[in-house]
Design a protein around this ligand. Structure first.
Ligand SMILES: [Zn+2]
Length: 461
């Protein structure tokens, strides 16, 4: 049974001011209604004034994703009643969005996949209701915040694809610097349309509203696919409806059916004239698509695993946090796999400059420094000591080559059983011998060098 999924994603733009007035965007935890004005309150006689920055950001996203920027676009009123919407309508875009078409290339388990878009448009957010013991208040700080809505074609066939798409899209809007896209703070919200069909016919679409985490997207869709599949298999009809996701019970629940769906009575916003969005196209964005960056990395570093390179790209969310750039620069002077391992799995990340990182990885590998000791060196680098000094100190404390060989011979003599085991092919005995050796030596030993000496001695026997 084939599920078909389309997504509608709302992304809060990081503009200085709101969509149709000059109020600044409220910081987290702001006093309710401290960032509002008569336009936010929806007073009669006020006039909305579109925010050029928000239009430019939307057009930039559209251009970046290779959509068509509209030569004739307009805003529309979408009518509904709710206490957090004092105007009685939301200013949105109905039939002439800023951007049509386009696609989002994303990484899924080491492969590049592209998903087509229907449209991208701009609208304003509503306020919110805050319930407390004393009653409910309306907070309009959020009212009028610019939201870009990205609507995909019904192109996903599994919850995994939908999730990967969302993550890929988040990375792109972060890199473009147009949103923080923090799902926990509601900067990125998702609705999903999903249908399941047993035959070639299209199924009946069911909408799931307001999914607010990547994990929930996957579990809500999985639940819904199973629920609809069971109905189809039992020969029952699927009702066209809107459902919500109950994150505590991990199920979707019916919110309203088609009969109770609102008619928004869209009409053109009379206070904002239509315009040519192409006038807002700025210079070509020079930021690489994450997927292109991944493809280039795979070509340049075939020795590294796709999964790790994907992880690297996914962490590069801005120019200040450019994991790929640090990795590329450091890999010119140190082994790429080593750099990658230290960045991704041993907590260095982008905390060191590429030159320091390269010197560190190169030194750790050349001197055979153990992970534990290397971690101590990192802590010292973080507290301001120079990597060269630290590595030099380590090298000077290394046991000399002659002493090392003498030490190995003596340990073998004192542990004949372990030596016999090793000769019989029990590799574990080697670790035991090295352990014994490090106990008898005053300085630091290079375990790789010890292994080499043991190897030579084994051949001699
Ligand atoms: Zn305002």
């Amino acid at each position: 049974m084939q599920p078909t999924i389309g997504l509608e994603i709302h992304v809060q733009l990081k503009t200085k001011t709101k969509m149709f007035c000059r109020c600044t965007l409220a910081p987290d935890g702001a006093t309710p209604n401290a960032y509002t004005c008569p336009i936010c309150w929806g007073y009669p006689g006020t006039l909305p004034f579109p925010n050029c920055e928000a239009i430019k950001m939307t057009v930039m996203l559209g251009t970046y994703l290779q959509g068509t920027i509209a030569s004739h676009t307009k805003f529309d009123r979408k009518h509904y009643f709710y206490p957090d919407l004092p105007k009685g309508y939301q200013i949105s875009q109905y039939n002439q969005p800023l951007v049509e078409g386009g696609s989002v290339p994303v990484l899924i388990e080491g492969h590049v996949r592209s998903f087509e878009l229907e449209r991208i448009h701009l609208e304003e957010d509503a306020g919110k209701l805050v319930h407390s013991q004393g009653g409910t208040i309306v907070d309009l700080n959020r009212a009028g915040i610019p939201l870009v809505e990205i609507v995909t074609k019904p192109v996903f066939h599994s919850p995994l694809e939908a999730r990967a798409f969302l993550q890929g899209l988040r990375l792109i809007v972060r890199r473009l610097g147009i949103s923080d896209a923090d799902m926990e703070k509601g900067h990125l919200r998702c609705d999903a349309n999903i249908s399941v069909s047993g035959s070639d016919e299209h199924g009946v679409p069911v909408e799931i509203k307001n999914i607010n985490s990547f994990a929930f997207v996957e579990s809500a869709l999985s639940y819904e696919i199973e629920r609809q599949s069971k109905l189809v298999q039992a020969g029952k009809a699927i009702v066209k409806e809107t459902r919500g996701f109950d994150e505590h019970k991990n199920i979707t629940v019916s919110q309203r059916t088609k009969e109770s769906a609102p008619d928004y009575r869209y009409f053109s916003e009379p206070d904002i004239p239509p315009f040519d969005a192409r006038e807002f196209i700025e210079e070509k964005v020079k930021i690489a698509l994450p997927t292109d960056e991944f493809t280039a990395l795979k070509k340049d570093f075939p020795q590294c695993s796709s999964e790790e390179l994907e992880l690297l790209v996914n962490r590069s969310s801005s120019s200040k946090n450019d994991w790929v750039a640090v990795f590329r620069a450091a890999s010119k002077r140190a082994r790429a796999e080593g750099v990658l391992a230290w960045m991704l799995h041993r907590g260095i990340g982008v905390s060191l400059e590429s030159a320091t990182l390269a010197a560190f990885v190169e030194g750790v590998e050349r001197l055979g420094i153990s992970t534990r000791e290397a971690q101590e060196i990192i802590a010292k680098i973080h507290s301001g000591e120079k990597v060269e000094t630290l590595l030099g100190k380590h090298a000077s404390e290394l046991v000399s080559e002659d002493d090392l060989e003498r030490g190995v011979r003596s340990v073998i003599q004192k542990n004949p059983q372990a030596w016999a085991d090793l000769k019989a092919g029990k590799v574990r005995a080697q670790g035991y011998l090295i352990g014994q050796l490090s106990r008898t030596q005053k300085g630091k030993i290079d375990p790789r060098r010890v292994s080499e000496i043991i190897g030579i001695l084994l051949k001699e026997e």
